[in-house]
Design a protein around this ligand. Sequence first.
Ligand code: ZN
Length: 151
Amino acid sequence: MAFTDKIYVKNHRQLASQLETNVPKGAFSGATLDLLFTGDGLSKLDSTTRDRILDFSEDFLDCDCQANPYCGCPERKFIRYVLELRAEGLGPGAIVDVMTDDYMVYAYTGDVRSFLDNAIRKLEAVETLADVEGNDGMSSTARQARTELSR
Ligand SMILES: [Zn+2]
């Protein structure tokens, strides 16, 4: 299961009742993306909720791919967002708080922690491989990214 499959819509029951439709729990599930992307019924939402959904849509669903929002960009952008929060020094719990404040989505702290651990392990593997291949540029990029995530 991808990390972005474990990002959930906060208060999704409330949201469903405001929209008078079924809202899936997963923020990146197809039906949720459709709902956000088409903007259908957004006018039925209270302004705070609407603003956050629009922010989410602007920040993650704004690419020009033909397959949008199923092109993979939203997930990639969200992962970058989480990694940037970590690089700013936030721990898993604080990262969850910030994503809820910013976009009304949440994840379980343990899932964020294992995602970050995985990211660090992947960077270690990239670094090792780059060292073996004598690719100094790649090696130092991976090392720098890993240092940012580890502090
Ligand atoms: Zn795209």
